[in-house]
Design a protein around this ligand. Structure first.
Ligand code: PAZ
Length: 313
């Protein structure tokens, strides 16, 4: 039998840092509400499902966090406040530009009169300054809150808490669900306590994760603008699956993308049409990011949504 979402929460305790995160989310949204700000919740990165309670091994979902972290920067540039809910150690806004050795390659140390000075190499100063200023502005203006998850269960607890915090914003909230969330899991009561023995091949039985978009859209944030993502590897299934999701959950948009081309093309599937956004190879090579166009289209659609829902009230 499939687990219901209520069962899932009943059987999986909240993560240890849950109460602190709940307060952070609530107070952040309250401050934005006072400033009459629009807020977007961006989920980013993949969830894990542990194979053991004392977890040595787990099954992971693919996502580097590029989509979510890049989109965060574009929403901030457009005046939105952002809750960035991301997989620990996946890409984060701003610091994503200096991942790996990039930062070390940008700095130089010189010695003079026995004193060492650290400087940014001239060719990188402008870029670093620009990103640093945007980062500081987001923090100083209290426009960015970051919260982390690793496992599926942590993700689901945080997602519900973020939704509960966002309800008071009504149609001013966007949910931008770019995280790659596991479709399968092993229920907590069926997990081995200790590291699974490797003396023979293990038998692992996975169950279906309850479809969380259903309560999210109909119960938790019924007035918000909800955008989900659909990732496929078979082109023939992509648009039909995205449209099925839209018809089933009755939210606002599904952004459909193929694993192989996700940085170059997406299709925004709405009740009205399928709208393709793509970048040429030339644009990609120049460092343009598809997230800039996605966010720009979404902001227009969110504005239209706010106007149409306000007319109805
Ligand atoms: O994080 P990333 O930039 O590497 O990848 C983004 C993505 C492909 C995970 C995202 O665009 C997406 O499709 N998320 C939903 C995945 C899903 O269908 O569960």
């Amino acid at each position: 039998m499939n687990t219901t979402w209520e069962d899932f929460y009943a059987k999986h305790p909240p993560p240890q840092d849950f109460n602190q995160n709940e307060i952070l989310l609530k107070t952040f949204v309250e401050r934005q509400l006072k400033k009459d700000k629009k807020v977007v919740l961006i989920t980013s990165g993949g969830t894990t499902i542990p194979l053991e309670h004392n977890t040595v091994r787990f099954v992971d979902n693919f996502s580097a966090g590029t989509r979510g972290s890049a989109s965060t920067e574009y929403f901030l540039e457009n005046g939105y406040a952002v809750i960035f809910m991301y997989r620990l150690n996946s890409l984060e806004p701003f610091s994503r530009h200096f991942k790996g050795q990039k930062l070390l390659d940008m700095i130089d140390v010189s010695e003079q009169n026995g004193k060492s000075t650290i400087t940014v190499l001239p060719q990188y100063k402008e870029k670093l300054m620009k990103i640093f200023c945007k980062y500081k502005e987001a923090l100083n203006q209290d426009k960015l809150l970051q919260v982390t998850f690793t496992t599926l269960s942590e993700y689901l607890w945080l997602l519900r808490a973020a939704c509960q915090a966002l309800t008071c914003l009504k149609n001013k909230a966007i949910l931008y669900l770019a995280a790659a969330v596991s479709d399968f899991y092993i229920p907590s009561n069926e997990l081995s306590i200790h590291k699974i023995s490797s003396s023979g091949p293990p038998t692992i039985s996975l169950q279906l994760v309850p479809k969380i978009l259903a309560p999210l859209v109909s119960l938790w944030v019924p007035q918000a603008f909800v955008v989900s993502f659909k990732l496929e590897t078979d082109e023939n299934l992509l648009i039909s699956k995205a449209r099925n999701a839209l018809n089933k959950y009755k939210h606002n948009l599904v952004i459909a993308n193929m694993l192989q081309t996700r940085k170059q093309q997406v299709t925004i599937v709405s009740q009205e049409d399928n709208y393709v956004i793509s970048l040429t190879n030339d644009q990609l090579n120049k460092g343009e990011e598809i997230e800039q166009s996605i966010v720009s289209v979404l902001i227009d659609k969110h504005q239209t949504f706010i106007q149409s829902t306000e007319k109805c009230n």
